[in-house]
Design a protein around this ligand. Structure first.
Ligand SMILES: NC(=O)C1=CN([C@@H]2O[C@H](COP(=O)(O)OP(=O)(O)OC[C@H]3O[C@@H](n4cnc5c(N)ncnc54)[C@H](O)[C@@H]3O)[C@@H](O)[C@H]2O)[C@@H](O)CC1
Length: 495
């Protein structure tokens, strides 16, 4: 996993250096990095010498970076110009503007149609509230040529660097050159859809960022390998994880099939479906047809090392009794427990008062909202991401929030974000698949291990990445069909 930071955290880290007189150096390093990446970008799109680059420049330090970068580009034979946005030229960053003019830069109020690259340097991490940059450009007849590339300085203007929210509108960048570290606003929410390729420029504040106690973590492909790889040779079926699954009903038998298929594809030693075969075989027949190796048991047995409960559960009295007993057993035995979908409706004050340090809730945004209405109506946070973070800490429970992006929150407030990679996973049944993947990973953990919390965090974040990677592979292969997603899990584990 790599670390990403909120804009606020990066600004705080920068301040340490600014207060000791390093401001000008930091800006020059940032601008140098922006210029170098812009040169490479120009090169891939055609020529550098004689090409035109125009800066959209605001009055703050983000504009200052951009003006300095334009001055560096001019020294490589690029024709540079700038438009002052939402301010007058005399209010632009003084040193940056002086360097820009020394380099032969011109302030203009039209965009030359031959412009190859537009640098977006209107707002950076100092942005707050709302701004409509595309609207501003249209109002001032500043038309970005159709073929021009857009390179954002630090962050596309108008994105909240803490959250990725865009309250107004923003220009979508082909490339964002960001400073110090990757920012959550470039990865999450709408911000993630506007930042294009991201390049991080080291401006010399790394030691300060390393000391930040609550960064965000972002899972990578390498985490799938390290967490979900096939174990060493001296294992047996139970030590590889024995997952109990309490899912499916006469009405929704497919949910249980999807959970079990995904768990098997992820790699688990033993899967047991909790069902009463004497009562109703509609679920167990389907699970056994798809997975003959699965076992049907009428309770969570002592062999189980984790339980997934909730997907597709029915609402008959028998279904509810069986699910309550499974939930109670898992909590009493303190095995890792994943509660999804209708299982979330089983939570009440008394469940939430128990030790939930090995329990993971996996709501989507609608389910989270219902959970909060029912069990924490006094939460003051307003966005689902903040609410899930707060809910996890209040009740000492793990949360995996499923939205376009997926978020992981630990009871101690540790947090990970997996940015949306494909919208193809927004389809019924993918949540059941995720539950199966995470359940398989959780079944290998021992809640009494001293590193359990770190291990569970890694299992959840890497599992979310694995699920997404499977979706990406399926999408590239013609589209996600949930019943075959498990096949792509196997492939995703190997790459
Ligand atoms: N000072 C330094 O040494 C460094 C600065 N850096 C750059 O500085 C940027 C941050 O610079 P600033 O703090 O000057 O802030 P910005 O350049 O992001 O914003 C500039 C101005 O816009 C105003 N503003 C904010 N929201 C607005 C809105 N909705 N409508 C209209 N005006 C609005 C702010 O009040 C501020 O005066 C970073 O993103 C980065 O590009 C980095 O290069 C690192 C080093």
């Amino acid at each position: 996993m790599y670390r990403a930071y909120t804009g606020t955290q990066v600004r705080a880290a920068e301040k340490v250096w600014l207060d000791s007189g390093w401001g000008a150096s930091l800006m020059r390093r940032a601008a140098w990095g922006l210029a170098q990446h812009t040169l490479v970008f120009l090169h891939t799109r055609g020529r550098v010498y004689g090409s035109r680059v125009l800066g959209l420049v605001g009055k703050g330090n983000n504009g200052g970076d951009t003006l300095w970068a334009l001055s560096f580009l001019a020294s490589r034979g690029v024709a540079v110009a700038a438009v002052a946005i939402n301010t007058e030229a005399e209010h632009l960053h003084a040193d940056g503007f002086a360097a820009f003019k020394r380099a032969g830069g011109r302030v203009v109020n039209r965009i030359n149609p031959d412009t190859a690259v537009v640098l977006d340097g209107v707002f950076g991490t100092g942005f707050h509230g709302s701004f409509d940059l595309p609207g501003y450009l249209a109002d001032h007849e500043l038309h970005i040529p159709v073929g021009a590339g857009v390179v954002a300085c630090d962050i596309p203007s108008g994105i909240d660097a803490d959250t990725g929210q865009i309250t107004g509108t923003a220009l979508a960048a082909h490339l964002t050159v960001t400073f110090g570290a990757n920012k959550v606003g470039l990865l999450a929410g709408a911000g993630g859809q506007h930042s294009g390729d991201i390049h991080v420029v080291d401006i010399g504040i790394q030691t300060t960022l390393d000391a930040v106690e609550d960064p965000w973590f972002v899972p990578m492909a390498a985490d799938i390998l390290s967490v979900y790889q096939t174990p060493v040779w001296d294992v047996h079926k139970y030590s590889r994880g024995a997952l109990s699954v309490c899912a499916g009903s006469e009405q929704y038998p497919g949910a249980a099939v999807l959970v079990v298929n995904a768990a098997e594809a992820t790699g688990v030693g033993y899967v047991s479906l909790v069902a009463d075969p004497l009562n109703d075989t509609s679920v167990s027949d389907k699970v056994l047809t798809a997975n003959p190796q699965a076992v049907v048991e009428n309770q969570v047995t002592d062999k189980a090392t984790a339980l997934v409960i909730g997907p597709g559960l029915g609402d008959t009295a028998g279904d509810k009794d069986s699910a309550s007993s499974a939930l109670e057993t898992a909590l009493r035995r303190n095995i890792p427990l994943l509660i999804d979908a209708s299982g979330l409706d089983m939570l009440d004050e008394s469940t939430l008062a128990q030790d939930l340090s090995a329990t993971v809730l996996t709501p989507h945004v609608g389910e989270l909202s219902r959970l909060i209405d029912r069990l924490a109506p006094d939460l003051t946070e307003t966005t689902p991401v903040e609410q899930a973070h707060s809910f996890a800490q209040r009740f000492g429970v793990w949360m995996v929030l499923k939205s376009a992006d997926t978020y992981v929150f630990s009871p101690a407030g540790r947090r990970a974000v997996h940015p949306a990679k494909t919208s193809e996973l927004a389809t019924a049944g993918t949540g059941d698949t995720l539950a199966g993947i995470l359940g398989a990973g959780m079944s290998t953990l021992d809640p009494n291990h001293q590193d359990f919390s770190d291990q569970l965090f890694a299992v959840l974040a890497a599992g979310v990445r694995l699920h997404s990677r499977a979706g990406e592979l399926a999408a590239a292969d013609g589209g996600v069909v949930v019943s075959t997603l498990a096949d792509y899990i196997r492939t995703a584990k190997q790459r």
